[in-house]
Design a protein around this ligand. Structure first.
Ligand code: ZN
Length: 68
């Protein structure tokens, strides 16, 4: 069973979950229970330094991150 990374659409909590592929849409945030959105690992969605990050690394892993 593959592991997918998710991010809560409500509170932004990130977590990994092993779920069948057909249940990815049913994953809920462990923190607040809201709908979670699958993160596409391998696709980093931060544009070029648009000032979004305020110091803390927003990525789940710092490998390849030049900011922290
Ligand atoms: Zn949440």
């Amino acid at each position: 069973m593959p592991t997918y990374d998710f991010r809560c659409v409500n509170c932004g909590e990130r977590f990994s979950r092993r779920v069948p592929i057909e249940e990815r849409d049913k994953v809920r945030c462990p923190q607040c229970g809201s709908k979670a959105q699958q993160l596409l690992t391998g696709f980093i969605y931060f544009g070029k330094s648009d000032g979004g990050g305020s110091g803390s690394c927003s990525r789940s892993s710092c490998s390849g991150c030049s900011g922290c």
